[in-house]
Design a protein around this ligand. Sequence first.
Ligand code: IPM
Ligand code: MG
Length: 409
Amino acid sequence: MAGVLRIHVSGTKNQVAFKSVTKQTFKRPSVIRCAAYSPKKQYNIAVLPGDGIGNDVIPVAVDALRLVGSLEGLEFTFEELPIGGVALDLVGVPLPEETLRRAKQSDAVLLGAVGWPQWDDQPKHLKPITGLLQLRAGLEVFSNLRPIRVFPQLIGSTCLRTETVQGVDLMIIRELTGGIYNAQPRGFTTNEKGEEVGFSTESYSSSEVDHIARVAFEIAKQRRGKLCSVDKAAILEGSMLWRKRVTEMASEYPEVEVTHLLIDTAAMDLIRHPKQFDIILTGVMFGDILSDLAAVIPGSVGLLPSASLGDSGPGIFEPVHGSAPKHYGKDTANPLASVLSAVMLLRYGLKEEKAAKRLEEAVFDVLDRGFRTRDIHTTGTILVGCKRMGQEIMSSLNAKVLVSNGRFN
Ligand code: IPM
Ligand code: MG
């Protein structure tokens, strides 16, 4: 693809311009201060900022990865590739073949957001979000991990009661490549009255349920051992099978306590008593809804990262928030969801736990020092924009030598 820029950063002092080939672009020189380690491991990261504020927040995550890499002896090569509206502008499709090919060859994909108003009324194959669905399918990332944790420093940013949210630490594990988003048949037709009908199929096969449930049980085992499966088994056949398979699998995991909730009750309980949850296992659509709802708990969707993983191959790491066209280019977006997605990239994608902790600690440090973007700003804290928040993360990374554990809760 013409114009794709390769950025190769080694562990030396470096002046890097990360330039986009796309219209919604970010151009900023970043001076990277690096430690004197000689890099040991090399990783190739596909960077897909996508649309809108994806272009504001992803450069912050790239800078953070580059610096934490240099401090931990990791060498990253970042390759920027178009997806979504910017790809439609460039080559007329939301996921260029070249983007998928290179993403497949990478060690991990760091993604911003997709969606741009100009494309809203286009047919589905010309919608930016179709590019994301195609990327998920192409990389076969069937499990979507969405942790919801409450930062003690941000207790004042949530509209819920302190005692309700304090100490919340849960993870939504959402099936990502099946269900109503993906299953056939789907499309548009005409009914016997001559009316237009749009339809999608909510279906789950036993292998699809088992695949995602196994991931959830394994993660539950490493956490507090509680798994709540969310469905609509009172009505939907796909959910009936879902519940049956999860119940059957539970016998293989006696150490995990399993409960089932219907989606409507789960939505209410998630906000009323979020502390009761450890793992929430659910399908693609209920997971989409619950994860935005869950953003109310920590106080902002600008704090929520995600990881989309397959059995092998690169995962996709992206903030849960969207492209927020209204906020694009105003330097007001919160880059923490992106930076925390970079933490997940290190932790789940590259298995570089030490670097992951270090970057996570930098996020804590920035919050400890009182810096807040608009979405989490409260009286007495320092209101900053996206870029400044990024700079403060870099300062924290540079300043922190030791990484402490257990800062949550
Ligand atoms: C999300 C988003 C996506 C989804 C869209 C952009 C396709 O809402 O990741 O939560 O529904 O999966
Ligand atoms: Mg969503």
